[in-house]
Design a protein around this ligand. Structure first.
Ligand code: SF4
Length: 449
């Protein structure tokens, strides 16, 4: 590698917010090794793809993307991190011989050693170890890029083993980060001008419940609380204006979480609570650990709140054995809950998971038809739900310019709706009041008041 120029890093991120946050950590570690980021893979010395394999399509796309980059690549190092790296390990090298670096989901902190191996002449470097005691890679707040919204990891991994999901295999057993370290990070971010923090985990509600020890803090059990207590602490001690959290898991979602939200104005009115199916038979086959009734009980805690909390969710369409009647129950559930937003996914089998061996698969044509029906239902619900905002004044955190929308600025409401509006006196980082003047399918438009 040529040492006469600054080394360049091209980092591409796929998948969930956990991956976005992992990319942030990787780029900071690599900056410490002299890499600066470029948006041009052709100019990079190190190309890193932070990958997702929650769905089959995402995994296939990763390999074709490696192929494109390889065509453009000269002497540069191509590396794969994230879930594909973890699950495929050495097979990544076999499937894409130009890849020289494979970094598992718990190995981001090993990047300096791995890159040093490659720079010293090794052809390949890999670390995909998983440990139930692995430490969290924490990002010093002063090292973060200034921004108004930041992520904080509170749990990593998952112990639920839903029958269709690859996450427990790619992210390892569930671990909760000590509460004091989360609160300290939240405070430090607030003091650096961050306005909104998202507490992240595969299952934030399982915080502190299982697999909770990290090797650093093994002896101190008081370092963990319930999720509701953690929210209470972050809300009262951090000084942040807005706190959001995702993803919530229905089985572990307790009424005290809603009570805590009611006690703190900086806890925002948004809960993402994936149902995945409305049929008890399918929920059992998915091994979700709750029934439709249990799920609706959680929804009623949220709807009975004194705060107007937005609910978003996920459904999987075409799980093996899903009949027309099972699907009809999913439609009914979606209609009963009236989500403000819904992520709908077609089921695809994932390696290592029990559901991949289930018989009675649903043909793609039926999945596509059910998907369209669910989407149409949600479109109607969402347009009705959004209409309540017309003329209303909503609080928006200004996050950036909004060139494509024809407005000046864009941001999110407390309930996670996108709002585009004419700038007026507002600047990035301000929290402003916007009167909603127009509704679109997935966003609101308005003017500053
Ligand atoms: S709760 Fe289920 S779907 Fe969510 S990450 Fe864990 S195993 Fe996957």
């Amino acid at each position: 590698m040529d040492s006469s120029h600054n080394k360049k890093l091209y980092l591409e991120t796929w998948g969930c917010q956990m991956n976005v946050h992992d990319s942030e950590k990787a780029s900071h570690i690599l900056e410490g090794l002299g890499y600066e980021q470029t948006s041009d893979p052709g100019a990079a010395d190190l190309v890193l793809l932070n990958t997702c394999m929650v769905r089959e399509k995402a995994e296939r796309k990763v390999y074709s993307r490696i192929g494109n980059i390889r065509n453009a690549a000269g002497r540069r190092i191509i590396g794969v991190m994230g879930c594909v790296a973890q699950a495929e390990a050495e097979r990544v090298f076999e499937r894409s011989p130009d890849v020289r670096l494979v970094v598992g989901t718990q190995s981001i902190g090993k990047l300096p050693e791995l890159v040093a191996q490659l720079e010293s002449g090794f052809h390949r470097a890999i670390d995909v170890r998983l440990s139930k005691d692995a430490d969290f890679v924490e990002l010093a707040p002063e090292k973060r890029r200034a921004g108004v919204v930041a992520f904080i990891t509170i749990t990593e991994g998952c112990d639920k083993f839903c029958s269709y999901c690859i996450v427990p295999f790619t992210r390892g057993r569930e671990r909760s980060r000590p509460a004091s370290s989360i609160v300290a990070e939240a405070k430090a971010l607030a003091s650096r001008g961050v306005k909104e923090v998202h507490l992240l985990g595969q299952n934030v509600n399982s915080y502190g419940l299982s697999g909770r020890r990290t090797s650093k803090t093994k002896d101190n059990d008081s370092e963990w609380t319930t999720f509701a207590d953690l929210l209470d602490r972050v809300a009262s001690e951090s000084g942040l204006s807005r706190i959001k959290f995702t993803t919530s898991y229905p089985k572990d979602f307790t009424a005290d979480i809603v009570n805590v939200i009611e006690n703190h104005t900086n806890l925002c009115e948004w809960i993402h609570l994936p149902a995945q199916s409305g049929s008890d038979r399918i929920l059992r086959m998915m091994r979700r650990g709750y029934t439709r009734r249990d799920y609706l009980d959680r929804i009623s805690y949220i709807k009975q709140s004194t705060r107007d909390i937005s609910i978003t969710g996920d459904f999987i369409i075409g799980f093996p054995g899903e009949t027309e009647d099972d699907f009809a129950q999913s439609l009914e559930l979606a209609a009963e809950v009236e989500y403000d937003g819904l992520y709908i996914f077609n089921y695809s089998p994932r390696p290592h998971t029990p559901a991949a061996a289930f018989a009675d698969t649903v043909p793609d044509s039926i999945k596509a038809e059910r998907f369209a029906r669910m989407q149409e239902l949600q479109r109607r619900i969402q347009s009705r739900r959004y209409s309540r905002y017309l003329g209303m004044v909503v609080e928006v955190l200004v996050e950036g310019e909004s060139a494509r929308s024809g407005q000046d600025l864009t941001g999110h409401t407390r309930c996670q709706k996108v709002v585009n509006f004419k700038g007026g006196r507002a600047a990035v980082g301000d929290i402003v009041n916007i009167r909603v003047t127009e509704l679109r399918a997935n966003s609101l438009y308005g003017e500053q008041v």
